[in-house]
Ligand binder design. Structure first.
Ligand SMILES: *Cc1c(COP(=O)(O)O)cnc(C)c1O
Length: 434
């Protein structure tokens, strides 16, 4: 083992050399140094705001649904590590990869039968887009190359996903004119329970119809738009998209990277609408937050179309494709999820957040408070003061990472009622001080 470094030295080296998400180099903010994590708690190397442990309100960006250091996932990782941590997937296969693919086929909407394992959510979206474009090329409609999405979305940080992120006010605004130009519908009207707006549905149908000749696919996040604005919409719009895509020969891609594995109250958000996409991306909670892994699933029609083409293969093969360690943990994580009444836990957190976030509605500067499944959002009427909001949450013993005008939480499903209440109180404190 190398000599341990003192926290102060680690933070100095971090600032000097380490690039953090969406940050400048060298860094300007000092991150909290995490020493270990267990259950729903992050243990800090040095106390912050008098707290040496923080309840995690973020599930490490939607992923750690079972909490940290879980014995079942630890065993899966350890067991696989002793067999092999990795072998290439070209010309070779292995049990964890096959088991995981079968498991994903079994739990996702029935028409999805084939699985491409990718190394991150963004890559799974790249693969989804490549599948759709190549499908149309293979079946003799090469002009169908563009994508349609609605505004307010987020699909990742690599190039194709960036082109379907919200083009305004988002982090990728800088690249307008450089990115492929996609077709944008208006943001879906807000409200999971709001009756679908007929004028908006007509707008979607009209755009898809008008651009059908050049459209390869419609790609959206179903029901919850995550990093594009944490907003919820009626599942009815997904049915509108499904029908319009069918009517106009356009593929439908659902990006379930954030919504998958129970977060919105159904195993996949598409189930709220009772529809199946042609292509679907999953990631984030796939490995329970242990390792990086994502997957792109598609129907037999899409797979056969591609495999009949002039280039009858999908030309994509990440070096670490199908990583056995990640696949074994993912299979164990899905098994663990399905072995419990996860839907009841998500409902329980939904009730807890609804109660605990209600006081935020009375605060000055708060525009909206909304909860769906194990997701709670407080939207301000101004950009959040990130440092002040984070400090306020940490003082309450909770880890939150607000962005834009949003203070939000999606806790691990194992979060106990008193910790859900504590997270809620921290969100309110962050809203007051941020
Ligand atoms: C996080 C996210 C992605 C990107 O996944 P990465 O693993 O960060 O590349 C894509 N789509 C949605 C909806 C996401 O929430």
């Amino acid at each position: 083992m190398p000599e341990p470094l003192a926290p102060r030295d680690l933070l100095a080296l971090d600032r000097q050399h380490v690039w953090h998400p969406y940050g400048p180099m060298p860094g300007t903010a000092t991150p909290l140094l995490v020493e270990s994590a267990s259950g729903v708690r992050l243990r800090l190397a040095e106390p912050a705001e008098g707290q040496s442990e923080l309840v995690d309100g973020m599930s490490s960006w939607w992923s750690a649904v079972h909490g940290y250091n879980h014995p079942v996932l630890n065993d899966a990782a350890r067991g696989q590590l002793e067999r092999m941590s990795h072998v290439m997937f070209g010309g070779l296969t292995h049990e964890p990869g096959v088991r995981l693919a079968k498991r994903l086929v079994d739990i996702t909407p029935e028409p999805l039968q084939h699985v491409f394992l990718a190394d991150s959510g963004s890559v799974s979206v790249e693969v989804a887009v490549k599948m759709c474009l190549q499908y149309w090329r293979s079946v003799g409609k090469p002009a169908k190359q563009r994508l349609l999405t609605w505004r307010g979305g987020y699909h990742g940080d690599t190039w194709q996903p960036m082109s379907v992120c919200d083009p305004e006010g988002g982090m990728h605004e800088l690249w307008q004119g450089v990115l492929p130009r996609q077709i944008f519908a208006d943001t879906p009207p807000a409200g999971f329970d709001a009756p679908p707006d007929e004028a908006y549905a007509a707008h979607l149908r009209e755009l898809i119809g008008r651009h059908a000749d050049e459209l390869a696919a419609v790609i959206v996040e179903p029901v919850v738009q995550g990093a594009g604005g944490m907003s919820f919409h009626s599942p009815g719009y997904l049915r509108v998209l499904r029908e319009a895509c069918d009517a106009h020969d356009v593929l439908l891609v659902l990006d379930e990277i954030a919504t998958g594995f129970g977060r919105t109250g159904t195993l996949f958000a598409a189930e709220h609408a009772g529809i199946a996409p042609d292509v679907m991306c999953v990631g984030k909670a796939l490995t329970g937050g242990y390792l990086t892994l994502a997957a792109t699933l598609c129907t037999t029609a899409v797979a056969e179309g591609i495999s009949r083409g002039e280039l009858p293969v999908l030309a994509h093969g990440p070096t670490f494709m199908g990583n056995p360690l990640a696949a074994a943990v993912a299979d164990a994580s899905i098994g663990l999820l399905l072995s419990q009444d996860w839907a009841r836990e998500v409902k329980r957190i939904e009730s807890g957040l609804t109660e605990a976030l209600a006081p935020a509605g009375e605060l000055p500067g708060v525009r909206d408070v909304r909860v769906l499944g194990a997701i709670g959002v407080v939207q301000l009427d101004h950009p959040v003061d990130l440092a002040a909001a984070t400090r306020a949450a940490v003082r309450e013993g909770v880890w939150l990472r607000p962005f834009r005008d949003l203070i939000y939480t999606m806790p691990p499903y194992i979060t106990a009622d008193d910790d859900v209440a504590r997270i809620g109180a921290a969100v309110c404190a962050a809203a007051r001080e941020g």
